[in-house]
Design a protein around this ligand. Structure first.
Ligand code: GFB
Length: 325
């Protein structure tokens, strides 16, 4: 297919599907600088798991560009304990939005995957070519399979229908507006919430799941949103693109960093009954770097900013999460 690059967002109608989520909200903030019209729709008005609802909404609202940031997401425990939700919801969201985008003639679409699409024991750092070269990590295979199906839909629609659709694979993200609920959150918001609460009530310990040995890469969500807008404007290929910081840290060191930011001087207690998940998950960001994009927010600065956000918003953040469940 022939794509017009760079793709201009100026004066376009741009739908951020999933605007209440961590990435979707960051995209809405970032797109304010693009002089485009940002479209959003809430779940009660348009349930993205229902094809008829998605087609009706897109017919009526006619977006020209779409960011598919809507997804059922969660940390290791949520993924492992709700496999049907993670597989079904994410399959339906991907299929419904991508098919409705084709039917309504969307000019450009960016689908968000995840780095958990790569094999559990993929060579590190994980290159985009590692996709489908080995078995998945069991704790999040359901989510990963749905995201792989979304990637394949994007590739198939490019080949068969000539749609200018692309896919990006963000690494573990964090930032303001994250889910801080301890049962369903990812590790960084969980550590921030636990450490904040430990400081607030004078506790002597903070619990960390697993061995502390797994290695993870983290990217601030505002950096991620900036990278996604960059890809929307400058990239058109069926090849997926990793979005990461290119730097990794062990969970134990991450917990120590959160303690330092919070001024917590107690001890970390590791709970080996909780799963470690993938031993290591660092992406190769050469493809994105070659497109001229680099992250700007250092991990410690991003954690400090997110910690402050949590301290100020924790009551409303918890209420918002309960409403979303
Ligand atoms: O962020 P997380 O839940 O998910 O866990 P994944 C990362 C690591 O942090 C695991 C450890 O080794 C956890 O055992 N950890 C330590 C904790 N303390 C905690 C805690 O209090 N809460 C949590 N949640 N973890 C996710 C996938 O994998 O990555 C998703 O499940 C998605 O599908 C996401 O792809 C990016 O990094 O293991």
């Amino acid at each position: 297919m022939q794509a017009n690059l760079p793709y201009a967002l100026r004066n376009k109608r741009v739908w951020v599907a999933g605007h209440r989520g961590l990435v979707g909200a960051a995209l809405v903030r970032r797109l304010a600088a693009e002089q485009c019209e940002v479209l959003t729709v809430g779940r009660t008005e348009c349930d993205l798991r229902r094809a008829v609802a998605v087609e009706a909404w897109m017919d009526a609202n006619r977006p020209q560009a779409v960011f598919v940031a809507a997804a059922r997401v969660g940390g290791i425990y949520a993924n492992d304990s709700r496999p049907a939700d993670f597989l079904y919801d994410n399959l339906m969201i991907a299929a419904n939005v991508i098919e409705a985008a084709r039917r309504t003639g969307v000019e450009k679409l960016l689908f968000l995957g995840s780095t958990c699409i790569y094999p559990r024991l993929a060579k590190q750092p994980m290159n985009e070519n590692a996709l489908l070269t080995g078995p998945l990590e069991p704790t999040n295979q359901w989510y990963a399979l749905a995201k792989i199906a979304g990637i394949k839909l994007v590739q198939a629609y490019r080949r068969q229908h000539g749609c200018d659709f692309i896919s990006a694979m963000p690494t573990n993200l964090y930032g303001p507006g994250d889910n801080f609920d301890l049962r369903s959150s990812h590790v960084l918001p969980a550590l921030i919430a636990k450490t904040h609460d430990a400081v607030a009530c004078g506790a002597k310990t903070v619990e960390v799941w697993g061995s502390g040995r797994p290695l993870r890469e983290f990217l601030h969500v505002d950096d991620c949103a900036d990278a996604l807008v960059h890809l929307m404007k400058t990239y058109s290929s069926e090849d997926i693109v990793n979005v990461g910081s290119g730097q990794e840290i062990s969970i134990a060191d991450l917990a120590a960093l959160v303690c330092r930011v919070a001024g917590f001087r107690g001890a970390l207690v590791f709970d080996p009954s909780k799963p470690d998940g993938t031993p290591r998950k660092l992406v190769d960001v050469a493809r994105l770097t070659a497109l001229g994009w680099r992250p700007r927010i250092a991990l410690e600065d991003g954690i400090a900013q997110t910690y402050r956000w949590y301290a100020e918003h924790r009551l409303s953040a918890r209420k918002r999460h309960l409403e979303a469940v």
